[in-house]
Every structure is written in C-alpha cells, then in structure tokens.
Design a protein around this ligand. Structure first.
Ligand code: HMG
Ligand code: MG
Length: 296
C-alpha cells in the first residue's frame, strides 16, 4: 500500500483562531489523543507574538507538557529568531517558517514583505543547521490571496524554491482562502513541482469553499504524498477573514484509505478524537466522515 504522511495541524492552525482561550491541558490531551490515533507529525503550537495570536501564548507550556513519544515529530511555527530561540529553549526538534506568495498577505500576517521574511528566516535556517533541527516551510496564498486576488503559480513556485534552497526539508503549499479547485491546484502544483521535487511538497488546503477533499485527491493523483489537515476541520487563519478550517483529518484519511493508501491512522480513534474536541470547544464537528461515523 502506498504510504501517505498526514501532518496534523489542528493544535496550531486549528486552534489559533478559537476566540475562547483553550486551556493548555486540553491542548495537551488533544495532542496525546492524536498520537494514540496514529498521527506521527503533529504541529503542536507556534512561537509567534501573543499580541498577534493570543491563543498561542501558552506555547512554552504546551512544549514542556508534551509526552514525547519516540518517532513522533512535534513541529512548531517560528517566524523569526526570537521564536526559534524560544522554541529551542523548550526542546523543539522541528520548526516551520512561513512565507506567503502574496505581498499583501505577508504584510498582514507577519508585518513584512516576502523578501524581508526570507531575510528573517535566514538566521533561523543557519541556527537550525547548527543544532540539527529540521525546518519545514509554508507558502501561504498558493492559489489566491484574500487581499490581492488570484496568485500566479510562478510566484508560488519562486517562493517555494527559495524555501527549499534555504534548507526546508518540505514545503507545504497553503490554499489559505480555500478558493482552489482541482484544476487551479493542479496548475499551481505543476509550476511548483518544476522547481521543487514533488517528494518535498505537501498540500495544505483550507476548506472554505468545500473543495479541499477534491484538491487532496487531485494532488494525490499528481503524485503528492504529504497532506496537512486538522482534526474535525478545526480552524481558520486570523489574517484571512472568513477562511474556515483546514480539510478535516478524518475526511482525508477516509479518502486515502479508499484509494488504498496507507496512513498508519486508526480512523475510528481519529473520529472519536474529533467528536471529543468538537464537544469540548462547543462547536459543530467539521468532519463529514466524523459526523457520519459518530451517528452510527
Ligand atoms: P512585528 O511586530 O513586526 O515584530 O511582528 P517585531 O520584531 O517588531 O516585534 C514586535 C513585538 O513582538 C516585540 O514585543 C517582540 O518582542 C515581539 P514588544 O516589544 O512589543 O513587547 N515578538 C515576538 N514575541 C513572541 N514570539 C516571537 C516574536 N517576534 C517578535 N516570535 C511577528 C512580527 C512575526 C512576530 C508577528 O507579525 C506575528 O507574531 N505574527 C503572527 C502571525 C501568525 O501567527 N499567523 C498565523 C500563522 S500562519 C498561517 O496560519 C498560515 C498557514 O497555516 C498556511 C496557510 O494556511 O496558508 C501556516
Ligand atoms: Mg493554514
């Protein structure tokens, strides 16, 4: 069976937009339940400014409270050296830098241009190389920008290539607004894969327009084998108004298992975890598969 890696971003991308502060023990329980369901890559938190994203203000407590299981990676977002140093101080072993393919989004999200963001990442890459820390990269607005409209696939490819050259082991392509369709995602992937090997790319699709599962399928058919997703479809980006969560992990796993792929994930345990966190947060379960299986 074809192995496919799922990067669970619920505890970070999923929770970062929750209005009510989620208690740290709940975040830790969520991460632990995801591990028990078979996830091997779980983005745990982000080392960004608590003034910008208050929900992530407990980043150090989350990292200190993790039960670290062998073979599990807990990447964290680090937009600059301040974030990287803070992440290292609490034992992070994988970090992620995040750039955008759109200037307007870069300014709104991290308060600098795309070129400036790359300059801020450079010392992060250098320090990561010295400490043997893996660096993942994100390119937001890979299909469209909430402020600038459609993004050209060549611009996405250029930013992805830069991140890859600087040392990202993997570059995750974010359809931040969820506007992508199988065709537009495929055009974007064709452009990016001409610059960065497909084996180094991940799809990070938000589901605002209900297209995310179709986009995962189209990307899988194009040869992509790593997908980011969020338990129960939690989430939404604080700097992309109206954007809903990532594609639900349960829905991606159901799709991939139906395609004969091996994710290593126990769908039933995942669905139970999605039901549990939806109840705890008092929100509707954003996974269609989760709702269907929980109703049985
Ligand atoms: P800035 O204001 O330009 O930074 O923000 P600065 O260097 O001028 O510092 C200003 C203040 O922030 C100072 O504190 C710094 O110490 C502090 P003050 O003196 O005012 O008390 N600061 C920090 N604090 C904690 N951690 C840090 C840090 N850096 C500076 N790392 C900054 C620049 C990047 C910090 C800010 O814009 C920020 O935190 N942005 C957060 C953006 C964010 O988290 N967005 C959501 C994640 S990205 C996403 O969701 C997209 C993705 O899912 C893919 C997709 O879907 O497209 C990845
Ligand atoms: Mg995202």
């Amino acid at each position: 069976m074809e192995p496919v890696r799922i990067v669970e971003v619920g505890p970070r991308d999923g929770l970062q937009n929750e209005r009510q502060l989620v208690p740290t023990p709940t975040k830790l329980r969520l991460i632990e339940r995801l591990v028990m369901a078979g996830l091997r890559d779980i983005e745990a938190t982000s080392f960004v400014s608590p003034k910008w994203v208050p929900q992530m203000a407990d980043q150090a407590e989350v990292m200190r409270g993790l039960t670290r299981h062998p073979g599990i990676s807990y990447p964290v977002l680090t937009p600059n050296m301040k974030g990287f140093d803070a992440a290292m101080a609490v034992g992070a072993t994988e970090v992620a830098v995040f750039a955008a393919a759109s200037e307007a989004f870069s300014h709104r999200n991290i308060n600098c241009s795309i070129a400036e963001s790359i300059d801020r990442f450079r010392p992060v890459f250098e320090a990561a190389a010295r400490s043997g820390t893996k660096v993942r990269g994100y390119v937001s607005c890979a299909v469209a920008c909430p402020y600038d409209g459609p993004t050209s696939p060549e611009q996405v490819a250029a930013v992805a290539q830069r991140l890859h050259e600087l040392g990202c082991h993997e570059v995750s392509l974010g359809d931040t607004t969820g506007e992508g369709t199988p065709d537009s995602v495929r055009r974007m992937l064709d452009a990016v894969a001409a610059k960065v090997p497909m084996a180094r790319l991940a799809g990070h699709y938000h589901d605002t327009y209900g297209m995310a599962v179709a986009n995962v399928h189209a990307s899988y058919q194009a040869g992509m084998r790593v997908f980011d997703s969020s338990i129960a479809g939690l989430g939404g980006c604080p700097y992309a108004c109206g954007s809903s969560g990532n594609v639900a992990t349960e829905d991606v796993v159901y799709l991939l298992h139906g395609l004969g792929a091996n994710t290593g994930i126990d769908l039933r345990a995942l669905v139970d975890c999605g039901g549990w966190i939806s109840d705890v947060l008092g929100r509707a379960n954003g996974s269609r598969v989760g709702r269907a299986l929980l109703a049985r």
